[in-house]
Design a binder for this molecule. Structure first.
Ligand SMILES: Cc1cc2nc3c(=O)[nH]c(=O)nc-3n(C[C@H](O)[C@H](O)[C@H](O)COP(=O)(O)O)c2cc1C
Length: 434
């Protein structure tokens, strides 16, 4: 029996992905963009659908009120702004999609609409936007706000935001740019319109002063996990980023839920690709598990505690790391993630140290082994879930990139599970090929 054909994205950051290392490793030269250009070439050769860049706008100091652990391990910072780097990566490639994260809480909508329109033009229609509402208090402080509004309110604002930026992108009709030498008209002014948007949170007159970009709109990506997040995602997103928590049944239920919600809003569910974030852990033949050195274990622990402290908005230095997870922790950020942790403490006796030592891929599902073994596991999971693909965790996994693109992806290709060519030109066309 043939396998379900699925999509592949690569999830990473515009920062130091090779740390800890010796400074000579692939990925060390990220500051001038050369690493990311090379990354784009490699992933395009392997026929990935897209690369997706995460983003936050902080240096993390929620843990113990200090930036030390974040900066020491290059966890959240330092990094580059993803948006200017997409066109740079597009220069050396021709098909791979380039998706950047940008927050609806911080970007003025007109500026973001103009920027993404520009990036879509510069990449020849390969741009995507990962829509986030942000969850770090420090980010709010960086933009002159005392704190973030509650998540549901942030999503209400984001809904209006998306409505507004779409109108701005539509303020230039298809074919407005005529460049007619006979009439001397460059742009047909009857095809460019003000939008006179007046919402609850935003106002904008328009039109944009860019041209209509190849895709019109960038491809919309989003990761809604909460009820309100899913409502937002199913209304707006074309690429939905899912987590593998809950194993195959959880993945299946999540995908079904997003598809049903989309259909109820009059959308074609097949226009939405749900891709599940996963690390893959490529091991030599006969090796069950790669032993980490003590230094690697410590770096991984520190990395995880910094990430969790900032996204959950909890100072974990105030809690006992070694007893069962304290049940009285209060999150300012992602409460559902904290609930999972508390449950692991109550039901499995796990400590915070256990949870933060579990490594980046603590999803409960294990894609580790030889490239052939991993390929088989990935195909088996996708066949059961029903679609639509995986978002492979890249940050921190540089060392295995050569084997990923030279062995694992070819194994999937030989089995007919992933693409061997691009037939579309724009990212939206490529995503809708199957
Ligand atoms: C794969 C994946 C990537 C994400 N990337 C970012 C990111 O780059 N920046 C960010 O602020 N949030 C990011 N998030 C968080 C989501 O935007 C969202 O807040 C989270 O999935 C929780 O869903 P909820 O907002 O519905 O509670 C990501 C989530 C997932 C699953």
């Amino acid at each position: 029996m043939g396998h379900i054909k699925f999509h592949l994205g690569y999830f990473t950051k515009f920062g130091a992905t090779s740390w800890p290392g010796d400074g000579k490793e692939f990925g060390s030269n990220w500051i001038d963009g050369s690493y990311h250009k090379e990354l784009a070439r490699m992933l395009e050769a392997a026929k990935f659908d897209f690369i997706l860049f995460e983003d936050t706008t902080i240096v993390g100091d929620r843990y113990a009120g200090s930036m030390e652990l974040d900066l020491k391990n290059a966890t959240l910072a330092p990094k580059l702004d993803p948006l200017p780097l997409l066109p740079l990566m597009a220069q050396d490639t021709s098909h791979i999609g380039l998706i950047a994260t940008a927050s609806t809480t911080f970007y003025p909508p007109y500026l973001l609409a103009r920027l993404l329109s520009t990036v879509d033009s510069l990449t020849g229609g390969r741009a995507g936007w990962n829509m986030v509402t942000s969850s770090e208090k420090n980010a709010a402080l960086n933009f002159g706000m005392d704190k973030l509004l509650p998540p549901t309110v942030r999503y209400d604002i984001a809904d209006e935001y998306v409505d507004l930026v779409k109108q701005l992108w539509d303020s230039w009709e298809e074919g407005a740019l005529v460049a007619n030498t006979e009439t001397g008209v460059y742009v047909d002014h009857t095809k460019v319109h003000t939008i006179d948007f007046v919402g609850e949170h935003f106002r904008s007159r328009g039109p944009l002063n860019t041209v209509r970009s190849p895709q019109g709109y960038p491809v919309f990506a989003q990761a809604g996990a909460s009820e309100r997040g899913r409502a937002f995602s199913s209304k707006n997103a074309e690429v939905v980023l899912g987590m593998m928590t809950g194993g195959v049944p959880g993945m299946k239920a999540y995908r079904e839920d997003i598809r049903n919600r989309a259909e109820a809003q009059g959308r074609n569910p097949d226009d939405i690709k749900v891709v599940f974030l996963t690390p893959v852990n490529i091991l030599p033949e006969g090796v069950e598990q790669q032993e980490m050195t003590d230094a690697e274990k410590q770096a991984s622990f520190e990395h995880n505690i910094v990430m969790a402290s900032s996204s959950l908005d909890v100072d974990f230095s105030l809690y006992d790391l070694d007893g069962p997870v304290p049940q009285d922790i209060v999150a300012g950020g992602h409460t559902s993630a904290l609930d999972h942790m508390k449950k692991a403490g109550r039901e499995e006796g796990k400590s915070l140290r256990d949870l933060f030592s579990m490594g980046q891929g603590a999803s409960g599902m294990d894609f580790s082994g030889t490239p052939q073994q991993i390929a088989e596991k990935m195909m088996a999971v996708m066949d059961e879930v029903g679609g639509d693909g995986f978002l492979i965790e890249g940050s921190g996994y540089n060392r295995q990139l050569p084997q990923l693109v030279d062995e694992l992806i070819p194994a999937l290709q030989q089995a007919g599970a992933v693409r061997t060519e691009y037939t579309g030109t724009t990212l939206r066309e490529i995503l809708r090929e199957f």
